[in-house]
Design a binder for this molecule. Structure first.
Ligand SMILES: Nc1ncnc2c1ncn2[C@@H]1O[C@H](COP(=O)(O)OP(=O)(O)OP(=O)(O)O)[C@@H](O)[C@H]1O
Ligand SMILES: [Mg+2]
Length: 234
């Protein structure tokens, strides 16, 4: 479904990605782990068109999207829940969700998807009229994921869905991520705290200073002593 080949992405003169390659097959959950500054967010931003690669190629369902504009990429079926949530603080929960569908014209289907998001995250329905900025960190994380789903993605990019969230709630968010996948959405997941992420994904990539250092089945990576030491707090 997604094939990233040897991409190099820069911020000015800083080479954040030094030749990253990865593959996501339809139906999978794939995890990308790595330390601060390894290039995880930049990889997602390259795929979603926010930080396009200077070199290399990104193919989605057979089309090259390495130079495609972000809105067009959303319309092709990729949407991202960004790091640090980035909800529109002064807008309500419902308004934030509706914004996620702003490129769509299929009003009836949008209402159905809103119902689906409320089904996945009942807390959002309870707080429909609350300003996003007054929601807790975990609630805003749910809102950011819900908003990304409102674009009806076939591929959902999640950047650190567990960041700053209490362990009990992390478990809930991960159950929901699995449920979203069961309902047919392919997921590429970025995490620094890798335990849960490796638990829900079949395969994973380890990113180190802008390069893929290691890739394997998630179960094998969990058992790998180096990975345990660096990313699993073991
Ligand atoms: N807007 C920017 N301008 C300049 N450099 C940037 C910018 N964004 C990221 N970088 C640099 O690119 C590199 C990769 O950053 P990136 O945000 O992709 O890392 P990350 O793996 O997501 O880290 P974290 O776990 O801390 O979120 C870092 O060295 C970072 O300083
Ligand atoms: Mg990041």
């Amino acid at each position: 479904m997604l094939e990233v080949s040897d991409i190099r992405t820069f911020y000015g003169n800083i080479e954040a990605l030094k030749g990253v390659s990865l593959v996501v097959q339809e139906g999978e959950i794939v995890t990308l782990i790595g330390s601060n500054g390894a290039g995880k967010s930049t990889t997602l931003r390259s795929i979603s068109g926010l930080s396009p690669p200077r070199e290399g190629s990104i193919r989605f369902e057979g089309s090259e999207i390495g130079e495609t504009a972000p809105q067009e990429i959303v319309q092709m079926g990729i949407s991202q829940s960004p790091e640090g949530r980035k909800c529109f603080q002064r807008m309500t929960v419902r308004e934030n969700l509706e914004l996620g569908a702003y490129l769509r014209r299929d009003t009836a289907q949008i209402q159905q998807d809103l119902a689906r998001v409320f089904d996945l995250f009942p807390r959002l329905e309870e707080r429909e009229r609350q300003k996003a900025g007054t929601m807790s960190g975990g609630e805003q994380q749910m809102l950011a994921i819900g908003r990304a789903l409102m674009a009806q993605p076939r591929l959902l990019l999640l950047d650190e869905p567990s960041m700053g969230i209490a362990p009990v709630l992390v478990e809930r968010i991960y159950e929901t991520i699995e449920e979203i996948n069961r309902q047919g959405t392919t997921i590429l997941l970025v995490e620094q705290n890798a335990n849960f992420a490796l638990g829900v994904s079949k395969r994973a990539y380890v990113l180190e200073t802008g390069k893929v250092a290691l890739t394997d089945d998630s179960a094998a990576l969990r058992d790998n002593p180096d990975v345990q030491k660096a990313y699993l707090g073991g």
